[in-house]
Write a protein that binds this ligand. Structure first.
Ligand code: FAD
Length: 449
């Protein structure tokens, strides 16, 4: 009786990190590993224990950056070649994972990028147009349409505005029940929209309304939501890469929602650049007659009381010139010096959180992660060190001038012009110089006449 040699086992290989490719997405590979063979290092990159790895490829499939590959030793490669020869060169049939197939079928039902257009009494919020700007880039990467979702009463004119800022389709849900923003009514309208039109990406402004609505909608439709994103892009698997500061602003995390749709994100005003307005642009308006019975809405708007302090409120987010002061200002009264410079420039005064916490400036002047995001033409930082939480609120300014007596202050890393010196000497000198320049300009203008 002849005995046949046992068939050699097909090697499975082990997972191996490709240097420089990891994007520190948040330990998704680690959480997918069934044998706990992945540890994360301080940079958020995986350390794979090859001795424990069973080559199941789960980490490879989940990695959004394609940073993990299967590694075979030269002997295993040789064996694989032998096995391939023995099978007559036939390509091994790819095993279909039924779970993965069901998931991709579910995700494929969702297409398109939609921006929720926030409006108050028919007045659209500027952040919605900023979102259409980035939404257009996402839609182009995905090869899909960019649409606007407009909810309110008598708000059809907003659809036309949305076309001017890049949308090619606007879904309009218009009716008396949507006159004022109320979570229940707007949430039901948004959920109906998602259920019926199935967008793969939904963006909202990280405003009072947007934060309230996005969280509520994401909960009902059971999907993920990333708040306060500072960067949005699409990866090669059609996933939305949502970047935002994490761990108190010490790292930038890229968050993905790859198993649920739509992918929802909010972005603060002024974080994304304003797209160019294309006058007369047109698109398709899809009127949806969805409504909610008024008696089913528990919240009633009785009266709208305008903020009595609105007249002395300064909106730093809309300013072209901002002169900001930090702890280096030393005292509240020293901010008068910044007011003077800001007045000469036609700008406003901002502050770091330290200055606000010290009670030197009101909280609505705070720039940064827990304050406002600004994008002025010129941002002058006086006595501000440049902590990451401050930088995320101003680093997209067109031009940054930093005044600090510490030449190693991190603010100089984002500054277009850095002045190493005592702000109590530099700021008055700058104000004087601006005054003289203005005087010279008016002098030469009147002299030309
Ligand atoms: P400091 O870091 O103390 O810097 C003062 C600077 O002034 C120094 O660089 C010093 O060299 C310079 N200086 C002193 N005297 C002079 C002088 N005479 N002339 C010139 N330069 C001088 N911070 C924000 O700003 N905004 C936020 O939204 C924000 N959110 C936060 C959220 C979280 C969760 C956390 C943890 C922190 C947050 N912070 C925020 C705080 C942030 O980490 C810093 O502590 C803060 O920004 C520091 O403020 P500062 O630069 O004014 O003060």
């Amino acid at each position: 009786m002849s005995q046949t040699a046992p068939k050699p086992k097909k090697p499975r290989g082990v997972a191996q990190l490709q240097p420089g490719k990891c994007i520190a997405c948040g330990a998704r590979c680690q959480s997918s590993c069934p044998v706990n063979c992945i540890e994360m290092n301080d940079a958020g990159e995986p350390i794979i224990d090859a001795a424990k790895c069973i080559g199941c490829q789960k980490c490879i499939k989940i990695c959004p950056a394609g940073a993990i590959e299967l590694y075979f030793t030269p002997e295993e490669r040789h064996l694989l070649d032998e096995l391939a020869k023995a099978s007559g060169g036939a390509e091994p049939v790819e095993e279909v994972d039924p779970e993965a197939a069901a998931l991709s079928e579910k995700l494929a039902q969702y297409r398109g990028v939609t921006v929720f257009i926030e409006q108050t009494e028919g007045e659209p919020a500027r952040v919605s147009w900023e979102l259409l700007g980035i939404g257009a880039q996402l839609a182009a990467s995905l090869g899909v349409e960019l649409s606007a979702l407009v909810i309110g009463e008598n708000v059809e004119h907003i659809c036309q505005e949305a076309f001017c800022y890049g949308a090619t389709r606007a879904y309009l849900i218009d009716g008396p029940v949507f006159r004022h923003y109320r979570t229940e009514a707007y949430q039901q309208a948004c959920c109906h929209f998602i259920d019926r039109y199935k967008p793969e990406v939904v963006l909202m402004g990280a405003t009072g309304m947007g934060r309230d609505l996005a969280g509520s909608v994401a909960t009902v439709v059971s999907t993920g939501l990333t708040a306060d994103c500072t960067g949005l892009a699409i990866d090669d698997k059609r996933n939305l890469m949502q970047t935002r500061p994490a761990f108190g602003g010490n790292i930038m995390a890229t968050i993905m929602c790859d198993k649920f749709r739509p992918q929802m994100a909010t972005v603060r005003p002024n974080v994304m650049p304003m797209p160019e307005r294309r006058e007369g642009a047109s698109g398709v308006i899809v009127r949806d007659d969805f409504t909610v019975a008024e008696e089913n809405i528990l919240t009633k708007v009785i009266e709208i009381i305008r903020d009595g302090h609105a007249h002395d409120h300064v909106d730093i987010t809309g300013a072209d010139f901002i002169v900001s002061g930090g702890r280096g200002m030393m005292a509240s009264e020293n901010f008068a010096m910044l007011e003077e410079l800001a007045d000469e420039l036609g700008g406003v005064v901002g502050a770091s959180r330290s200055a606000v916490d010290a009670g030197w400036m009101p909280v609505d002047r705070q720039v940064g992660q827990t304050g406002k995001t600004v994008r002025p033409k010129i941002y002058i930082a006086c006595g501000i060190s440049g902590a990451i939480q401050h930088l995320v609120g101003m680093q997209d300014s067109d031009l940054v001038i930093a005044i600090n007596r510490d030449r190693n202050a991190p603010i100089f890393e984002v500054a277009t012009y850095g002045i190493v010196g005592d702000l109590f000497q530099v700021v008055p000198a700058l104000t004087q110089a601006v005054r003289e320049m203005k005087r010279e300009k008016t002098g030469s203008v009147s002299g030309d006449r």
